[in-house]
Ligand binder design. Structure first.
Ligand SMILES: Nc1ncnc2c1ncn2[C@@H]1O[C@H](COP(=O)(O)OP(=O)(O)OP(=O)(O)O)[C@@H](O)[C@H]1O
Ligand SMILES: [Mg+2]
Length: 285
């Protein structure tokens, strides 16, 4: 109630999520049988979230990401972007993959970043080049604009792939273990750079990893998926963790808690007797 005026205050409607994954089951048809990759998975990503899909190998993370990208249709449920059902790939969802060979080797770095802009027919060559250089600058690669991909390190190739994706200004950037093939030091540096880039551009990110540490460092929300077929195990906040807190006691305690949740071990707050109830509650939530 608005006591001053004696009138009811309008209750603000919750903001509509940018991405709404609603009860999504995904399957592969192989000769002779169907493989269920995810079972009724649901989650919501809001504008400027850094949303993480975390789970063991084979739990359907990549399949979910491909489905959000529009490459695989759900057998059950629906995926909505800005309220519209996703039915096919589109420039509003760009994927960065793990592999270093995402860049056509016959194009220079600048041509690689400019190519999707030109292909979209929304930009003339000069505009596309200028925008490509702008985003290459953001990932610290202006000096390599005229280099060919084979002359770059793995980390530099991933920076080009990120610049190319961001240059398209997608509604949501989809990343599938983009740093998993890098050495530990480069990986940490890339995580830091991604966060710095996010501070500057505030894009919305859906990021797949099976590293608990990476999930806590990169994400502000984390969806935990159970092993094959992937189901929602829990959803956690992670905005309190960042590069500054890596390795702190709180960080380590959360890492352990996530580990226990992923492997269905009782956690300190969740005695064994309550475990099945809690699991059922989470599955129903
Ligand atoms: N093209 C395919 N045909 C048939 N089954 C597939 C195909 N791709 C994936 N699968 C199966 O679907 C399930 C989910 O696979 P997915 O690649 O999404 O897992 P993931 O969580 O990304 O694993 P990882 O962490 O190893 O990348 C697995 O059981 C896998 O064997
Ligand atoms: Mg995968």
């Amino acid at each position: 109630m608005n006591h001053a005026a004696g009138l009811p205050t309008a209750t603000a409607a919750p903001p509509r999520p940018l991405l709404d994954v609603d009860g999504v089951s995904l399957e592969y048809k192989t000769p002779g049988r169907r493989v269920r990759a995810t079972h009724r998975v649901g989650f919501q990503v809001h504008e400027s979230d850094r949303y993480i899909l975390l789970g063991p190998s084979g739990c359907g993370k990549s399949t979910l990401l491909k489905s959000v990208a529009g490459f695989i249709a759900p057998t059950e449920g629906v995926i909505r972007l800005d309220g519209n059902a996703v039915r096919e790939p589109g420039p509003d969802r760009i994927v960065v993959f793990q592999e270093f060979d995402q860049l056509p080797p016959w194009k220079t770095v600048r041509e690689n970043v400019a190519f999707p802009l030109l292909a979209s027919r929304k930009f003339k060559r000069r505009e596309a080049d200028a925008r490509a250089l702008h985003y290459l600058d953001k990932v610290g690669l202006s000096a390599f604009a005229d280099a060919y991909p084979h002359t770059l390190s793995g980390g530099m190739k991933q920076r080009v792939a990120i610049a190319r994706a961001l240059a398209m200004q997608p509604r949501i950037l989809l990343m599938d273990e983009p740093f998993a093939a890098l050495d530990a030091l480069t990986r940490r540096k890339m995580q830091e750079e991604l966060l710095a880039l996010w501070e500057e551009v505030r894009f919305t990110l859906l990021f797949v990893t099976h590293s608990i540490e990476e999930a806590l460092l990169v994400g502000n929300r984390i969806l935990l998926l159970s092993p094959h077929p992937g189901r929602v195990r829990a959803e956690l906040n992670a905005h309190q963790y960042g590069m500054h807190s890596a390795g702190s006691p709180a960080f380590q305690a959360t890492t352990q808690r996530i580990h226990d949740l992923l492997f269905d071990l009782p956690t300190p707050e969740e005695p064994a007797s309550d475990r099945h109830l809690a699991t059922a509650r989470r599955a129903a939530a």
